[in-house]
Design a protein. Structure first.
Length: 224
């Protein structure tokens, strides 16, 4: 019996060290190998300039918080996704990256705006109408976490799979009190698929079994 074709994943990691880009992405490298991916790890955004290599890449996992991306790097990533390469990531590594590049924000479908000043207990709640989606099917309706709670602005075209609601309490900036924000979403971009989860400020967030399963499913969903 023929073996399934090997797929290729590119892990791009760097930017602000507070999100532990190396340690966080290292958590998922064994899983991707087990799923049959050949891996390339890059600590430079110039990986997005190699159109030939990107065309042969089935999944880009990005963990690069803040920083600057050139117009050419951003365009190279967007073109690859439009042609079918998947893009996936979590927390600031994907939705608090390259704040000055609105084209990148359009590609990912959302941008970090604020979080309360401390870690808070909160839930990430599966949207009932999307509970049958492959990424969240069978997961708890409310995923309980103690970490940063992101408020994001999202493109109306994204498919929101889970949300989080901010407490109406001291310590929450007044404009966010009681507000509900997207927490997990997908979008399509041309022929490609994009997965974003806002959970994952620190590696132990990603080691939570439910969060890890959610994230792993998102990586596989986005991959070509």
């Amino acid at each position: 019996m023929n073996s399934p074709p090997v797929r290729h994943a590119l892990i791009v990691r760097g930017g602000w060290e507070g999100h532990a880009p190396v340690q966080a992405t290292d958590l998922f490298l064994p899983f991707l190998r087990e799923q049959g991916f050949d891996l390339t790890v890059s600590d430079t955004l110039d990986a997005y300039l190699d159109a030939e290599a990107l065309a042969a890449t089935d999944l880009v996992v990005q963990c690069w918080t803040m920083g600057e991306i050139t117009r050419e790097q951003s365009a190279g990533l967007a073109a690859a996704v439009a042609a079918g390469t998947g893009l996936a990531g979590w927390h600031g590594g994907i939705c608090d990256a390259f704040r000055s590049d609105t084209g990148y924000q359009w590609l990912t479908g959302g941008q970090f705006v604020m979080h309360p000043p401390e870690f808070v207990d909160h839930t990430v709640d599966i949207v009932p109408e999307r509970a049958g989606h492959a990424i969240v099917k069978g997961l708890p309706d409310a995923i309980r976490v103690h970490t940063e709670q992101y408020l994001v602005h999202t493109d109306p075209a994204v498919d929101v799979l889970a949300t989080t609601t901010f407490a109406d309490a001291d310590g929450i900036p007044a404009p966010a009190r009681g507000a509900t924000s997207a927490a997990v979403w997908t979008r399509t971009w041309g022929l490609g698929r994009v997965f974003v989860s806002t959970i994952g400020h620190k590696p132990d967030d990603l080691e939570d079994p439910t969060v890890r399963e959610l994230t792993e499913r998102g990586l596989l969903w986005a991959a070509r």
